[in-house]
Design a protein around this ligand. Structure first.
Ligand SMILES: [Zn+2]
Length: 69
């Protein structure tokens, strides 16, 4: 299922989750961080579908230890 959305604010804040929860988070962020009351429609306008599956970083991923020629 791909009902997860993510939102990015101009200030660099990001959040992701199902649409209804994400709208709540965006409204809460707008109010607490920016003093703005926004409508669910305005919140949703900042949300986009999450296209990539969530990929937690693996602690075993090699980090740049491969040779540089
Ligand atoms: Zn913000």
């Amino acid at each position: 299922m791909v009902d997860e959305l993510m939102a990015t604010c101009d200030c660099g804040w990001t959040a992701r989750g199902p649409q209804d929860k994400l709208v709540d988070k965006i409204q809460e962020h707008a109010r607490e961080a920016h003093g703005l009351e926004i409508t669910p429609e305005q919140a949703l306008a900042q949300a986009r579908p999450v296209e990539e599956p969530w990929q937690p970083r693996s602690p075993t991923t090699p980090t740049g230890s491969l040779g540089q020629r």
